[in-house]
Design a protein around this ligand. Structure first.
Ligand code: NAD
Ligand code: MN
Length: 365
């Protein structure tokens, strides 16, 4: 039997609540598949930990994580700790240190849901955003001078390296090519950001030469954001820098029904380090503790993790059971207009998944 080591970091706010549901799904597929076992270790690295220890994770935290096959993450951040601390001391170091330079974010309108965009169908809303995840605007380079004086200056540098830009753009083209996608869109802003983004455009154009069957469109980020709303059917694969991809994917989540539905994979394609799977949303302090968060993004993130580990059929079944529950429509969390709790939703998905796995099993025997 195959063993996969898994580090689980539930985090803060709704993180632990939705992680609970994801763990039920994980346990079910492990039991029913029978071909693999997860060796799971859970870490309480979050804002509570920070308030106790003055840091988000122990000094050897990254050393500890390095040896895992995969990481499943919830969300971090809570009002007692400044957001730049929880983000910069936990989630960003993991993405950067483990060279998870691909942030894969599907934007897909699930069956059973309607888009808030009028007249947009399931076919119109099915694409991926591939976000650069290790450099760009989230560089930690810069500073603040003359703090709290009228002369105060704040500088945050954007860092785009040839190495970092080429690898994400190549990945996006390779992904498009493997999935028979004919159009690739790159987010830019080279009209105003005349150094970093002209460099980005040059690299997109260079690499596009190797993929002459794929049509390339470079759109300025402001126009691109508007197209997400007016013409989402224009998109198949969108490649974007760290900040642009971050913003575009919250927007992307909104046009397919909301943040509670959107999963992501932080992937180290070379598999030299663990990859990490998490919802794209944060810890939602406004609804934390009420048991009403939508667990779908977290459960679908388990699906993406299974796909990454080579069990794409389980990813399909997880997605199918989520869609079955949405089509059925009886169990919906408040963000989807219902009154169900997080665990009602988790249980409904679990039951569907159990049925699907049972019928798979019968077909095999
Ligand atoms: P957020 O994503 O936490 O919440 C935005 C809105 O979406 C809120 O109204 C929230 O209730 C709703 N929402 C999010 N997830 C939901 C779910 N599963 N079900 C139902 N509704 C959901 O963004 P924010 O409010 O800007 O940030 C809150 C905290 O999360 C901050 O501390 C921020 O730094 C942190 N954050 C962490 C991550 C991460 O861990 N990767 C990502 C983004 C934000
Ligand atoms: Mn974000």
């Amino acid at each position: 039997m195959k063993h996969h080591s898994l580090a689980v970091i539930p985090g803060d706010g709704i993180g632990p609540e939705i992680m609970n549901e994801a763990m039920k799904v994980l346990q079910l597929i492990e039991e029913m598949h029978g071909g693999f076992k997860f060796d799971i270790q859970s870490f309480n690295w979050n804002c509570e930990y920070y308030l106790k220890h003055g840091k988000m994770m122990p000094d050897n935290g990254m050393e500890i994580l390095k040896d895992f096959d995969v990481i499943l993450f919830g969300a971090v951040g809570e009002p007692r700790v400044p957001d730049h601390i929880s983000v910069w001391e936990l989630i960003l170091p993991i993405r950067k240190t483990f060279e998870q330079y691909v942030n894969m974010r599907p934007i897909k309108l699930l069956k059973g849901l309607e888009s808030p965009l009028r007249h947009k169908s399931h076919d119109d809303l099915d694409f991926v955003v591939i976000r650069e995840n290790t450099e760009g605007e989230y560089s930690n380079m810069g500073g603040r001078l003359h703090q709290n004086t009228p002369y105060e200056i704040a500088v945050q540098n954007n860092v785009f390296t040839r190495y970092g830009t080429e690898r994400i753009v190549k990945y996006a083209y390779e992904y498009a090519s493997c999935h028979n996608v004919k159009r690739l869109t790159a987010a830019t802003k080279s009209n105003a950001m005349n150094h970093s983004m002209t460099f980005w455009d040059d690299i997109v154009k260079e690499i596009s030469q190797q993929y002459n069957t794929i049509e390339t469109n470079l759109y300025h980020i402001d126009a691109l954001a508007a197209y997400f709303v007016s013409n989402p059917e224009k998109f198949d694969v969108v490649v974007a820098s760290n900040l642009f991809g971050d913003i575009l994917t919250d927007l992307g989540a909104a046009i397919v029904g909301g943040l509670g539905l959107a999963p992501s994979g932080n992937i180290n394609p070379e598999q030299k380090y663990p990859s990490m799977f998490e919802p794209i949303h944060g810890s939602a302090p406004d609804i934390a503790g009420k048991g009403i968060a939508n667990p779908i993004a977290q459960i679908w993130s388990v699906g993406m993790m299974m796909d990454h580990l080579g069990y794409s059929e389980l990813n399909h079944l997880i997605l199918e059971s989520i869609e079955n529950v949405l089509v059925d429509g009886k169990v919906r969390t408040p963000d989807l207009g219902g009154t169900a709790t997080t665990s009602d939703m988790g249980d409904a998905i679990l039951e569907r998944l159990r049925t699907l796995l049972e019928s798979e099993r019968e077909q095999v025997h």
